[in-house]
Design a protein around this ligand. Structure first.
Ligand SMILES: NC(=O)c1ccc[n+]([C@@H]2O[C@H](COP(=O)([O-])OP(=O)(O)OC[C@H]3O[C@@H](n4cnc5c(N)ncnc54)[C@H](OP(=O)(O)O)[C@@H]3O)[C@@H](O)[C@H]2O)c1
Length: 338
């Protein structure tokens, strides 16, 4: 079988190599999945640069956490799946349900353990969810990380209520999914972007307030202008240290800030006083469990939601797919067909 490997100590694209390995056979409790598509996340750039903390990163490694495919063979004792079932992998192989524990970190695909950029991959039968029936493999491959993270932030802690207002930062994978889920829940959405063209696409997807954060570096004030000075109920905080202060400022009193990303880096001074003064809830979100993935799949099916794919590459053009994500010209998800 063909696999892509990410090699130690080399920059992209030289770090990527195509290898032929023997197709594995599933052992007891395992299934062999014929992977049909994978998708890229910002994290995959961090992994390729070698800047995930050492404990979280195996090298060399088959990259990418997100993939969809069909069951090709089942091992002894497998009861959940049959040959031909269409499935998505869980970002954390071992976080099945309940509270996130440090040991789950050691089971993150495409980081601590091999990922999905291979023609075949073995999974424990518990580490998969069925694909939403209306989606293609390419669409389903966008779900395990970005979509589940947005879903977790909006619904798995304090669920978003119809009529609440959500602020999404930028138009990458997590933020576009957050917009789509928030719309399904009957919320209002304010979106920021560096691009007016991308903002008009957010409007087409249902955003009612649009702010160009390049034109308005005081985008938190723009959010307050759009909300009669009240601020928003929930923020999908993918920016990190460089946006967090303005996110506190754009929150309404009692609002929730889901701390998800680090697009602007991790080292900056943040004044925590607004958390106390405004009674904010700041909640860290780390993708999600298999049980959350299953709940999200049900919701996507019930709503008929269609993931937004920016561009699809073939596996031989994996290096171009990474370069496309790095250029940040994309809107939504970047997919690789396997
Ligand atoms: N905690 C978790 O479980 C988890 C899960 C998934 C992702 N993440 C993190 O979340 C972040 C987003 O991931 P992703 O995969 O969605 O990324 P992505 O698809 O690569 O999105 C990148 C987009 O972010 C926007 N952006 C960049 N700098 C910005 C800024 N200063 N203010 C507002 N928007 C900005 C840009 O949108 P415009 O082009 O529209 O300006 C850019 O296109 C990353 O830091 C990633 O590591 C965390």
């Amino acid at each position: 079988m063909k696999v892509i490997k990410l090699l130690t100590g080399r920059p992209l694209p030289q770090a990527l190599s195509v290898e032929e390995l023997e197709t594995p056979t599933p052992g007891p409790g395992e299934v062999l999945v014929r992977m049909h598509a994978a998708s890229l996340n910002y994290r995959d750039l961090i992994v390729a640069e070698g800047s995930l903390s050492g404990a979280q990163q195996a090298k060399p490694l088959i990259p990418l956490s997100d993939g969809a495919g069909e069951i090709a063979a089942t091992g002894e004792g497998v009861t959940r799946w049959r040959e031909g079932d269409r499935v998505v992998g869980s970002f954390f192989r071992d976080w099945l349900d309940g509270r996130f524990l440090p040991k789950h970190m050691q089971s993150a695909l495409g980081g601590a353990i091999d990922g999905v950029l291979a023609e075949y991959r073995l999974f424990p039968e518990t580490a998969l969810a069925r694909m939403p029936t209306h989606l293609s493999f390419q669409q389903a491959a966008t779900l395990p990380c970005a979509a589940l993270t947005a879903w977790h932030a909006l619904f798995e802690k304090t669920p978003l209520l119809p009529g609440e207002t959500v602020l999404v930062l930028g138009t990458g994978g997590v933020s576009v999914f957050a917009l789509q889920f928030a719309r399904i829940a009957g919320a209002k959405i304010i979106a920021t972007s560096s691009s007016d063209e991308k903002l008009s696409r957010m409007e087409q997807l249902g955003a009612s307030g649009m702010i160009n954060y390049r034109a308005r570096s005081d985008w938190d004030q723009a959010v307050l202008e759009l909300t009669d000075s009240a601020g928003v109920d929930q923020i999908i905080e993918v920016g990190g240290a460089g946006t967090l202060q303005r996110s506190f400022s754009a929150s309404r009193t009692g609002g929730r800030v889901s701390l998800i990303g680090r697009l602007t880096g991790i080292e900056d001074r943040v004044d925590p006083r607004p958390i106390m003064a405004k009674g904010l809830t700041v909640q860290g979100i780390y993708v999600g469990s298999v049980a959350m993935l299953e709940r999200m799949v049900r919701s996507i099916e019930a709503s008929g939601m269609q993931p937004v794919i920016d561009r699809t590459f073939v596996i031989d053009d994996t290096a171009q797919a990474y370069a496309h994500l790095k250029a940040a010209a994309h809107f939504g998800k970047v997919v690789i067909e396997i």
